[in-house]
Write a protein that binds this ligand. Structure first.
Ligand code: NAD
Ligand code: LMR
Length: 342
């Protein structure tokens, strides 16, 4: 059912094993912020996954109706709803993967960092509960500003003594999804074939598509590189402006998050050729967190694809240097917030 998610290309070994044959539904997934603009369509897409046995939906409001509605779909997973702190432990107990889209979205004129004051506290509170009730789960952070909320989550997990850097992910899949779409449109390519790694972070110039590493190999003019890079970096704002006060990307985000969930579950299920871009603790650069392609396995991040950072064009190398101070400041802001609250 999820083949339309355009997962990154499988290696020949897996292709021959037929990736679309039904598989056992074994994993428990929790969505925190499940009644929101992203949470609802994301829950629907996760409900379609053959790998999910139980889907736990948590929100501070309106989650019962969402769960009841979804539970009528005749796909394997059981849907359960949870609301308020008293139900949190049951929501998270023995969950394999937690996705967090809880938090406020941007309005026109705002930066993602303008959401920090509200969303930092939300992420901190939710990750504290994750640390207490399912510390071994994969944690996918969608709430903005991702460049700061992931470091906050890391600090909270450290304070609780359960931080596993291989299992904490900032969700940057939407940047890849957008890059793939815009490149395919511009160069008239078949969408399913295009894969553009996007590195750095998830805000403005910290989003760096490596167009020179596009697969299949594509030649771009300097003007095309400039235009595509700026469009990918500003794509979130393009949606915020089009929605004119009604929020930010929800449907494309749900699609992207569902792809990242499905890839993570495939990795947990033992597939050994799963690759995605994500904002994770990293030693690829001098920054403590950095988004790059990573290989996912049963234990989380198994390897960093460092070759993507080799042989960059002059444009990409300059853009990488330029993004570092901003990304570092956002990471430091998250870390010091969490340390002050400890
Ligand atoms: P939304 O306002 O529609 O939904 C947010 C949901 O979170 C609401 O249902 C709300 O009740 C819930 N919530 C708030 N506090 C909570 C708490 N303490 N516990 C549980 N639930 C809580 O917003 P949205 O459009 O779904 O966006 C959510 C977040 O995702 C925003 O911060 C937005 O900036 C971010 N986002 C990130 C990306 C990305 O690429 N990483 C893309 C799009 C949006
Ligand atoms: C996006 O990239 O669409 C999200 O980060 C939401 C936003 O505020 O732009």
């Amino acid at each position: 059912a999820l083949q339309a998610l355009c997962l990154p290309k499988l290696e020949p070994k897996q292709m021959s094993a037929n990736p679309f044959q039904p598989r056992a539904s074994t994993f428990k997934v929790a969505v925190l912020g499940a009644a929101g603009g992203i949470g609802q369509p994301l829950a629907l897409l996760i409900k379609m996954s053959p790998l999910v046995s139980s889907l736990h939906l948590y929100d501070i409001a309106n989650v019962k109706g969402v769960a009841t509605d979804l539970s009528h779909c005749n796909t394997p997973s059981q849907v359960l709803d949870f609301t308020g702190p008293s139900e949190f432990s049951n929501c998270l107990k023995s969950v394999d993967l937690v996705v967090i889209p809880a938090g406020v979205p941007r309005k026109p004129g705002m930066t993602r960092d303008d959401l920090f004051n509200i969303n930092a506290n939300i992420v901190k509170t939710l990750v504290e509960a994750v640390a207490d009730h399912c510390p071994d789960a994969f944690i996918h952070i969608i709430s903005n500003p991702v460049n700061s909320t992931v470091p906050i989550a890391a600090e909270v997990l450290k304070q609780k003594g359960v931080y596993n850097p291989k299992k904490l992910f900032g969700v940057t899949t939407l940047d890849v999804v957008r890059a793939n779409t815009f490149v395919a449109q511009k160069k008239n390519l078949k969408l399913i074939d295009v894969d553009v790694p996007v590195i750095g972070g998830h805000a403005g110039i910290t989003i760096l598509p490596l167009l020179s590493k596009t697969r299949p190999s594509v030649v771009f003019t300097d003007e095309e590189v400039q235009e595509l890079t700026v469009r990918i970096q500003n794509a979130g704002t393009e949606v915020v402006d089009a929605k004119a006060g009604a929020g930010s990307a929800t449907l494309s985000m749900a699609y992207a998050a569902a792809r990242f969930v499905e890839s993570s579950l495939r990795a947990l299920d033992g597939d050994d050729d799963v690759y995605e871009c994500s904002f994770v603790q990293s030693e690829l650069t001098d920054l403590p967190f950095f988004s790059s392609r990573v290989k996912l396995g049963k234990k989380g991040v198994e390897a960093f694809i460092s070759s993507d950072l080799e042989g960059l064009t002059e444009f990409e190398a300059k853009a990488l240097d330029a993004l570092k101070p901003e990304l570092k400041a956002s990471i430091d802001k998250g870390v010091s917030f969490a340390q002050k609250q400890a």
